[in-house]
Design a protein around this ligand. Structure first.
Ligand code: SF4
Length: 360
C-alpha cells in the first residue's frame, strides 16, 4: 500500500470520529467499511474509536459480575447455548438457586469490585414463582450491597417486567443475538420479534435495557452492522458483545470464524455507531481476543469479571492488572461505599459527570 493510500485511509477513519462527535450518526456504509478494513488499518481504527470512548467515558472501566441462577434444562434450541435441550455439553444443571446462594453471589460481585450484579436464569421465560423469588431476593441484595441489578430471565410479559421494576431491578438483559435476517438460522423456538417484544415491555416498565449480540455464529458482516444500527435506533443503555465460544456438544461446536483483529474491529464499529452507550466485552473475550484483550478496552468501556455462564473467565486479579496496565480506572457508582474506594485506592475512579465527559 502506498504512503498516499495509507494517509487517506487514516484521515477517513479519523473523520468518522469527527462525524460522531459532532452528533451525526455513522452511516451504514462507513460501519461496514470498518469491518472490511485491512488489518494494517486496525490501529488507526482503534484510535478513532478510542477518541469517542474517551470523550464519553474517559478512562473508566465498569465491571460486571454474573451469577448463573438457574442452569441447563432449557426447552429452547439456541444453537450456541450449552444449556439448550439440544446440547450434550456436560454442564451443571440445576433449578433456581435459593436466596442464600443468590445473596452469596452478590457478595462475590461486591468483593470483585463489580458495580452490577447480573442474575441470569436459563429457560424460555420465568415462571410466576421464579419472578416472585427474584423480586424478593433483589430487595435484600439492594439493602445489603447497594449493587446495580440486571436480570436476564428470558422472554418477559409486560406484567412481569413491571413487577421486576417495582422490586428494584434496574435493568434487564435480553440480547438480540444476531440480525433479524439471520435469526432463524440460530434458533427456531422463538422469533426475533419475541425478543423485540420483551425489550419493549421492559422499556415500557421503566427498566434500563441491556441488549447485544454474539459475533461469530456464521453471520455476514452486514448482519453485525444490522445489529449495531438496530441497537442505536433503540437507544439501549448497554451493549454486551459476545464472541462465540463454540462449546463442544452444542450445534455450533467447531465453528471457529473469529480472529482477534476482527473482534477489535467489531468493538470499534459498535463504539462509533453507539458512541455514548456502554459497550461491554462479554463472553468469549479470553478465547477470541487472546493476547489482544486489553486493546478491546480502547473501544469498549466495560467487561465481565470472573466466570461466564458455563465457561471459565480469567482470574479477577488478571483483569485488574490489565486495567491498571492500560492506565484505566475501575468505575465506582454513587452507591458504592467509601470502604470500597479505600480498598482499591488509586485504581477506582468516581462515576461523576465530570470524569465521564472527558473533553480530551
Ligand atoms: S440462550 Fe437461553 S433460551 Fe436459548 S437455549 Fe440457552 S438458556 Fe435457553
Amino acid at each position: 500500500m502506498s504512503i498516499e493510500n495509507t494517509l487517506s485511509y487514516e484521515s477517513s477513519w479519523l473523520s468518522m470520529t469527527d462525524t460522531v462527535l459532532s452528533g451525526e450518526s455513522l452511516s451504514r456504509e462507513s460501519a461496514l467499511q470498518i469491518l472490511e478494513a485491512d488489518d494494517d488499518q486496525l490501529v488507526t481504527i482503534l484510535d478513532a474509536a478510542y477518541r469517542v470512548r474517551r470523550h464519553y467515558f474517559g478512562k473508566s472501566v465498569q465491571l460486571y459480575y454474573l451469577k448463573n441462577a438457574k442452569s441447563g434444562l432449557c426447552p429452547e434450541d439456541c444453537t450456541y447455548c450449552s444449556q439448550s435441550k439440544d446440547s450434550t455439553a456436560p454442564i451443571d444443571k440445576y433449578v433456581m438457586l435459593n436466596a442464600e446462594q443468590l445473596i452469596e453471589g452478590a457478595r462475590q460481585a461486591f468483593e470483585s469490585n463489580a458495580r452490577t450484579y447480573c442474575i441470569v436464569a436459563s429457560g424460555r421465560g420465568p415462571s410466576e414463582r421464579e419472578v416472585d423469588h427474584v423480586c424478593s431476593v433483589v430487595k435484600d441484595i439492594k439493602q445489603e450491597f447497594g449493587l446495580h441489578i440486571c436480570a436476564c430471565l428470558g422472554l418477559l410479559r409486560p406484567d412481569q417486567a413491571i413487577r421486576l421494576k417495582q422490586a428494584g431491578v434496574d435493568r434487564v438483559n435480553h440480547n438480540l443475538n444476531t440480525s433479524e435476517r439471520f435469526h432463524d438460522n440460530i434458533v427456531s423456538t422463538h422469533s426475533f420479534q419475541d425478543r423485540l417484544d420483551t425489550l419493549q415491555s421492559c422499556r415500557d416498565a421503566g427498566l434500563e435495557l441491556c441488549a447485544g449480540m454474539i459475533v461469530g455464529m456464521g453471520e455476514k458482516q452486514e448482519d453485525v452492522v444490522d445489529v449495531a444500527m438496530k441497537l442505536a435506533g433503540m437507544g439501549v443503555e448497554s451493549i454486551p458483545l459476545n464472541f462465540l465460544y463454540p462449546i463442544d456438544g452444542t450445534p455450533l461446536e467447531g465453528q471457529e470464524d473469529l480472529d482477534p483483529r476482527y473482534c477489535l474491529k467489531v468493538l470499534a464499529m459498535f463504539r462509533l455507531t453507539n458512541p455514548d452507550t456502554e459497550i461491554r466485552i462479554a463472553g468469549g473475550r479470553e478465547r477470541n481476543l487472546r493476547s489482544m484483550q486489553a486493546m478491546g478496552l480502547y473501544a469498549a468501556n466495560s467487561m465481565f469479571v470472573s466466570d461466564y455462564l458455563t465457561t471459565a473467565g480469567q482470574k479477577a486479579e488478571d483483569d485488574f492488572r490489565m486495567i491498571q496496565d492500560l492506565g484505566f480506572t475501575i468505575t465506582a457508582g454513587d452507591y458504592e461505599s467509601a470502604q470500597l474506594m479505600e480498598r482499591l485506592g488509586q485504581t477506582v475512579g468516581d462515576c461523576s459527570t465530570d470524569e465521564i465527559l472527558d473533553p480530551g
